[in-house]
Design a protein around this ligand. Structure first.
Ligand SMILES: [Zn+2]
Length: 169
């Protein structure tokens, strides 16, 4: 990941500046400092009768593999809002966030993926065919094989869900 050479706010040339224990390119004019540039992915674990909702991707190099409902957070959204919006777009279900389940940094692309537990409040299964070919609920012990899972963050989120469920009284 290449650092910025110029301030993305005002175009001033950045100068190396010690901040939080590291030399970082920083803007002498506005104070911008070059930390991690990151995209945020927001996923949901949607449960029904002990089963989890997965979608089969229909685009890109991971086409045909299973993922949690979700997508990248837009500039004007919170991660929770993005997770709710993407889940409804991809599956037809309107969901409500119940809590944060897991976070993961997906390397090398700097993407932080956050996975929320969510419950269905309305809607019915209706996929967005340009993004998803199929959506289905899977029991925790009958998930698709690893080679059919789209992302390391999908595996991470599903592992966190199973650990969370096991710990419940
Ligand atoms: Zn600046």
């Amino acid at each position: 990941m290449t650092a910025f050479a110029f301030c993305p706010r005002d175009g001033t040339k950045l100068v190396p500046t010690p901040i939080d224990g590291r030399e970082r390119p920083a803007c002498p004019r506005c104070g911008f400092a070059d930390f991690l540039h990151v995209q945020i992915g927001a996923n949901t674990i949607v449960q029904q009768d002990g089963r989890v909702l997965l979608v089969r991707l229909n685009y890109g190099p991971r086409s045909g593999r299973w993922a949690l409902p979700g997508g990248l957070v837009e500039q004007d959204e919170t991660p929770e809002e993005a997770a709710v919006r993407e889940t409804e777009e991809e599956t037809g279900f309107r969901v409500e966030i119940e809590g944060l389940l897991a976070t993961m940094r997906r390397a090398p692309a700097p993407i932080i993926v956050v996975t929320f537990r969510a419950r269905i409040v309305s809607g019915e299964l209706r996929i967005a065919p340009e993004e998803v070919s199929e959506a289905a609920f899977f029991p925790g012990d009958e998930l698709p094989p690893l080679e059919e899972i789209a992302w390391p963050s999908t595996i991470h989120g599903l592992d966190a869900w199973r650990a969370f469920e096991r710990a419940r009284p």
